[in-house]
Design a binder for this molecule. Structure first.
Ligand SMILES: [Zn+2]
Length: 480
């Protein structure tokens, strides 16, 4: 007599992810090596889209006006569970897989935010989820969102604007981090804007009186904004770079440009500061008899947390259990941690406001799974996951990938995202995401609770795309 034991939905995904571990890691490492910037992640997005297609997903490529954005769907009817993945790198953060600073090629991009893991953990979760649904004859739809340009041009905001999230019942996203964290914090809203100044060139030694310096205008604008800082709300952040400041000192610069990010907890605060900065730019142009043109590059909302899904994620993290590290991984982590000062580490951990954060100060890696925390708090980073969180119950969680105390967007993160520490985080996160999606698919009450909470949080508020309708994704930005 045979007894057929049906493995549970979750058991099936854990098993599938374990069995396919080496392929999943291979994909993450390839994307790490491609290290492609936002909107030109051609190889990275194709790798993920092809893999999903091979596993039976229906893939729509080049969505929302972005060649590297795609949507991969499998299944029928409702509910629709969205899983998001990012794969863009950061400029100038090229880094070898070593625990000290050493670029592969100086000045080139690198995965200093670990998006190679972000995209791959989501892809693996989506495929594992499809397999278990098939095996168990479960109803519902899995949709993987291939989301480009999170770091700079708010890819998801264009996807939201074009309605790609309108029928999604809940969305999950994973981000590598230095903590196992599902926070209830919001993120700050943001506007990204460039300023182009146009003057007159002249011989800077022979006839400077004939010139009108565009660089003077850019510098005076920055000075004006730096005085503005005293008169904006405490939680605002304004930062800029000068993209172009002239050719060489003996030519009065006829063209200069700067790029600003303006952040604050709410959209209206961002817009208020943005408008003031537009006046400052005009003032700088007036002072220097130059002309100024502003170019809107992107905008984001603040994030809406979701406690119901956050608690599911924590529950699944605990059920699966944190990864264990081998000697090589710990050696790598210890050597890398030598480059972080105790003060830096203390500040990074303290500002997380995680209850009991003091315990983490003497640890190398986060070895706990805390309850969700931070309701009512705002973190000072921004993400386009926020715009999705206004459409449907959404959670983005992190798993420990980097040593405690590390700052994001650094060579440290790039290095760790490509080695064993990153691989462990990736596999763990894929399981957590797939398990949480199963909870939402199988337990209609839970999904309804998450939706009710979402309704509660956005009531009396209105989402209006932060990107004006005439603005298209800036596809040519890296060719300029
Ligand atoms: Zn990131």
């Amino acid at each position: 007599m045979f007894v057929v034991i049906m493995i549970s939905e979750k058991g099936y995904v854990f098993d599938w992810i374990e069995k396919n571990k080496s392929r999943i890691i291979e994909i993450s490492d390839k994307i790490w090596e491609f290290a492609e910037l936002g909107l030109i992640e051609f190889k990275s997005s194709a790798l993920l889209a092809d893999e999903l297609e091979e596993h039976g997903f229906n893939v729509e490529r080049g969505v929302a006006g972005m060649p590297t954005a795609f949507v991969a769907t499998w299944g029928e009817a409702k509910p629709v569970i969205g899983i998001m993945g990012e794969y863009d790198a950061l400029p100038g953060l090229s880094q070898k897989k070593v625990p000290w600073k050493e670029p592969v090629e100086s000045g080139k991009p690198g995965h200093g935010c670990g998006h190679n893991i972000h995209g791959t953990s989501g892809m693996a979760a989506a495929i594992a989820l499809k397999k278990t649904m098939e095996e168990h004859g479960s109803e519902g739809k899995v949709r993987f969102f291939g989301c480009p340009a999170e770091e700079n041009f708010s890819g998801k905001v264009f996807m939201v604007r074009d309605g790609y999230f309108s029928d999604v019942d809940a969305a999950i996203s994973h981000h590598p981090g230095s903590m196992n964290a599902v926070t209830l914090k919001s993120s700050v809203a943001l506007n990204s804007v460039k300023f182009h100044f146009y003057g007159e060139s002249a011989h800077a030694g022979g006839s400077p009186e004939q010139g009108r310096s565009a660089l003077d205008a850019a510098e005076l604008m920055n000075a004006g904004v730096n005085f503005l800082r005293e008169h904006v709300i405490q939680d605002a952040r304004i930062h800029y770079i000068i993209e172009k400041g002239g050719e060489q000192p003996n030519i009065v610069p006829a063209y200069a440009s700067s790029w600003y990010y303006i952040r604050a907890p709410e959209r209206d605060q961002v817009e208020f500061i943005h408008n003031w900065i537009l006046d400052i730019a005009k003032g700088a142009a007036l002072m220097t008899r130059t002309k100024v043109k502003d170019e809107f590059m992107g905008g984001l909302y603040n994030k809406m947390p979701n406690r119901v899904i956050s608690e599911l994620i924590v529950g699944n993290m605990r059920e699966i259990g944190l990864p264990e590290y081998g000697d090589e991984e710990l050696k790598f982590a210890r050597r890398l941690a030598e480059s972080i000062t105790p003060e830096m580490k203390m500040d990074q951990i303290r500002k997380s406001k995680r209850p009991g954060w003091e315990k983490l100060v003497d640890k190398l890696m986060d070895d706990e799974i805390p309850d969700p925390w931070g309701e009512g708090e705002t973190s000072h980073g921004s993400t386009d996951v926020a715009d999705v969180s206004w459409q449907t119950p959404t959670v983005e969680f992190s798993t420990a990938t980097w040593v405690l105390g590390v700052s994001g967007h650094s060579w440290h993160c790039a290095a760790q995202s490509g080695v064993g520490l990153g691989h462990k985080s990736l596999i763990f996160a894929a399981k957590v995401m797939a398990a949480t999606a199963i909870d939402l698919l199988m337990n209609g009450d839970m999904l309804n609770k998450a939706k009710k909470e979402h309704q509660q949080r956005i009531r009396d508020k209105k989402y209006k795309s932060p990107i004006p309708s005439e603005i298209k994704p800036p596809l040519d930005v890296w060719q300029r």
